[in-house]
Design a protein around this ligand. Structure first.
Ligand code: GTP
Length: 346
């Protein structure tokens, strides 16, 4: 059994952070999410991984190589044009085992994948779709299941009173290779819109199982922020780097933080961060490695990736900054999401 990670989408809703970066490489708690995902798979004894890549594929391939550093084997199925969520699986077919996992690599989660695999073996159908329950199903594709867990149909964006359940596709599947016969080659195919409805119609056995554990799709800025607030609140218990100092304050190694600085928890500060006198950081802030923050800076509800430089007397509220940004002194930024052009060119 191996795992296919779908990591080739354009990530348009998370622009500009994804202008020059595959979305699954966005930092979550100061590490690329895709790296956390590889570690999560290894911890569940899934060591053979295929990555379906397209948008800035070289960023992923350069970072992970053969996967040896992480104790896994990684192969790549690269697309010359985006093939969509099912087309990417079809393209990876030669690298997949008879039964395999498919994970949308932008789903941040700590789900027990082995229980999904056991369920798949028990029912004997071609596909198991991991399901997650949402409070408001009206903006999703909602599943209707029979008493055995078999999915009978998807209802797209139902009115609340017409929703057959609150269960939606979690973007994590177990599939048998025979299902791939029903995906056309060399064209864009959506698994949600085309492949699953077709497999249900052909009665190949598409089952759904609600998965337990933390689950959040990082596809929008709001949800990307929410993942971080959940991390800092420990609703999502992914280990955080650095040493915990007091309740809700994590600080990396070799930082310079004068005693006049006020850290308002929860706050995560990376390695080698330099903070100027009387700065106020937090609540809900994540500062990447090697950032420099000037005097009297106020930074709240903000996520800053590695190597950002914030000059003196800056106010940041609810911002997300990509790598290497520089903010001039006396700027006030609210809800700014920014990334740098230089990264795009390199
Ligand atoms: P948006 O443009 O913001 O919708 O993001 P996206 O392009 O990532 O699309 P979406 O969120 O629907 O994708 C779900 C997962 O499938 C993500 O992990 C994507 O990287 C991946 N994905 C989407 N389209 C493709 C594709 O054409 N090829 C590959 N290899 N992966 C894809």
């Amino acid at each position: 059994m191996n795992a296919l990670l779908l990591a080739g989408g354009l990530g348009t809703r998370l622009r500009p952070l994804t202008e020059s970066l595959p979305k699954p490489m966005a930092l979550v708690g100061n590490s690329p999410w895709l790296e956390r995902l590889v570690i999560h798979l290894r911890e569940q004894n899934i060591r053979e991984i295929v990555m379906a890549v397209k948008h800035y594929s070289e960023v992923i391939q350069d970072y992970f190589g053969t996967g040896e550093k992480w104790g896994v084997t990684i192969q790549y199925a690269a697309e010359s044009s985006p093939l969509g969520t099912a087309g990417a699986i079809k393209n990876a077919e030669p690298l997949l085992h008879d039964t395999f996992l498919v994970i949308n690599a932008d789903i941040v989660h700590d789900i027990d994948l082995q229980s999904l695999l056991s369920y798949h073996k028990r029912h004997g159908g071609a596909v198991t779709i991991g399901l997650t329950e949402v409070d408001d199903p009206t903006s999703y594709g909602v599943v209707e299941q029979d008493g055995d867990g078999r999915i009978v149909r998807f209802v797209e964006k139902p009115a609340r009173e017409e929703a057959p359940s609150c269960r939606i596709n979690a973007g994590i599947y177990v599939m048998d290779k025979k299902a791939l016969q029903h995906i056309p080659s060399n064209r864009e195919v959506s698994i949600e819109r085309e492949t699953f409805p077709l497999l249900i119609e052909k009665q190949l056995g598409v089952y759904g199982k609600v998965v337990d554990g933390y689950w959040m799709d990082m596809g929008t800025k709001e949800r990307y922020r929410q993942i971080h607030w959940d991390l800092l609140n420990r609703v999502y218990t992914l280990p955080l780097p650095g040493e915990q100092r007091g309740n809700g304050i994590w600080i990396g190694s070799s930082c310079s933080i004068p005693s006049s600085v006020l850290l308002i928890p929860p706050v995560l500060i990376g390695d080698r961060v330099n903070i100027g006198e009387r700065a106020i950081i937090g609540p809900f802030s994540v500062i990447g490695d090697d950032c420099i923050i000037g005097r009297n800076v106020r930074c709240a509800e903000t996520i800053m990736w590695h190597r950002c430089l914030t000059h003196n007397e800056v106010v940041l509220n609810n911002c997300i900054f990509g790598y290497d940004l520089e903010i001039g002194s006396e700027h006030i930024l609210h809800e700014a999401v920014m990334s740098r052009m230089e990264v795009l060119q390199s």
